[in-house]
Design a protein around this ligand. Structure first.
Ligand SMILES: [Zn+2]
Length: 387
């Protein structure tokens, strides 16, 4: 499953020994004239043509070059005959490295921009933006005798459980003095309470184990209120909203309403994050910084807790393949060298891609905010620091 943790794990696979090939392919059949087999063929052709110069520039050994060629062949064979396309898959992402004996694939419900990258580290930025655009959440629908929970991850919906407990219905009938009626009511209430406890315990188990960061409660308002009081404090904190629906409401209605709630929560989360960053940067705590150069400096020192970037922000820079220094052009040493180890400083058109992978490698959280976010006026990039 594609999560921040999965991207972190991938980023750590970068090695000096063999390059990693990253393939992003738009496999959306609804996209106009989209033939992904031809797209891949063109991408590979272009990379193969450039391989000779990369070999010289990066001083690749025969084994390293062979590993890249093997990746290309394997990708070609897989897309042409091994890959089974499903209708709900619009994006396909593969990371592989024959020399490292490594192959990992993600099938996504979102289309991705076609791209083929070969480097010492995997190209993870589009995945990082995707997980921020579509934070995972759970929907829990409760009724007096039934409950259903769904997990929504990157737009894929999966039923987590369906519980039906034997709850005696509340029957209105006239006892002579109302005694029987009260007894039946009490028995009903007790059974509902027991059912709710069962549901709460199952839901909390899943929420604790899974990657669902948010919870949306659904059902009749009185049921939701009654149920919520049974949840633990940490679970209640995950609740981002209610959707008031009848127990038999169609799933499409539920999902549509839940998506609206999640979108609002996403906006609120982002606003609060940028506000926190601003407050930390200007406050006495000083655990926040803005701007490219200070952020890269903190990253290199290992001081970043959360890296915050405006989606789509790019900036030129350079990397040193010897000591993994990443910096802005002004930081270069004399004659295009790395200021730390005097190795070659390789220009990159976008140092932000490198910064993101570097942050994941260090186990930082990476947050990509919407393009129109307030972060833009604060330099497009910043970080909340560890200390
Ligand atoms: Zn260096």
């Amino acid at each position: 499953m594609l999560t921040q943790k999965a991207i972190e794990r991938l980023s750590k696979l970068g090695s000096k020994d063999f390059f990693i090939t990253s393939l992003y392919l738009n496999v959306d059949r609804n996209a106009k004239n989209n033939d992904y087999k031809i797209v891949l063929k063109d991408l590979l052709k272009e990379k193969r043509q450039r391989l000779e110069s990369v070999k010289v520039e990066r001083k690749l050994t025969r084994e390293q070059t062979q590993s890249i060629e093997n990746d290309f062949t394997k990708l070609e064979q897989f897309i042409n005959s091994g890959y089974i396309h499903k209708d709900n898959h619009k994006g396909l992402v593969i990371f592989c490295s024959a020399g490292n004996n490594f192959w990992e694939m993600f099938e996504l419900p979102q289309p991705v921009a076609d791209y083929l990258n070969v480097d010492i580290d995997p190209y993870v930025r589009p995945l990082s933006e995707l997980v921020c655009d579509h934070r995972s959440y759970a929907i829990l629908l409760v009724d007096s005798a039934k409950a259903k929970m769904f997990g929504v991850h990157l737009g894929f919906v999966k039923e987590q459980f369906h519980i039906q407990n034997n709850v005696q219905p509340k029957i209105k009938y006239g006892g002579i003095d109302g005694m029987d009626e009260r007894k039946v009511d009490r028995a009903h209430d007790e059974m509902v309470a027991k059912h709710f406890k069962h549901v709460a315990s199952e839901a909390e188990k899943l929420l604790a184990a899974g990657d669902m960061v948010w919870l949306i409660m659904g059902g009749r308002q009185n049921m939701i209120n009654q149920f919520e009081s049974l949840l633990s404090g940490p679970t209640r904190k995950k609740i981002i909203g209610h959707i008031v629906v009848e127990p038999e409401a169609p799933l499409t209605d539920v999902l549509y309403k839940a998506e609206e709630v999640a979108k609002q929560a996403e906006k609120k989360y982002e606003t609060e994050l940028i506000e926190k960053l601003r407050a930390e940067a200007h406050g006495t705590g000083g655990k926040g910084i803005f701007g490219l150069q200070p952020t890269l400096q903190s990253l290199r020192r290992g001081g970043v807790n959360t890296l915050v970037i405006a989606k789509g922000y790019t900036a030129p820079g350079f990397v040193c393949h010897k000591c993994f220094f990443i910096g802005v052009p002004e930081e270069k040493g004399a004659k295009n060298t790395c200021p730390i180890c005097s190795g070659d400083a390789h220009d990159v058109h976008d140092v932000i891609d490198e910064a993101i992978t570097f942050a994941f490698m260090q186990g930082c959280r990476v947050e990509n905010t919407a393009e129109n976010s307030r972060l833009k006026i604060m330099g497009n990039i910043g970080a909340i620091l560890r200390y």
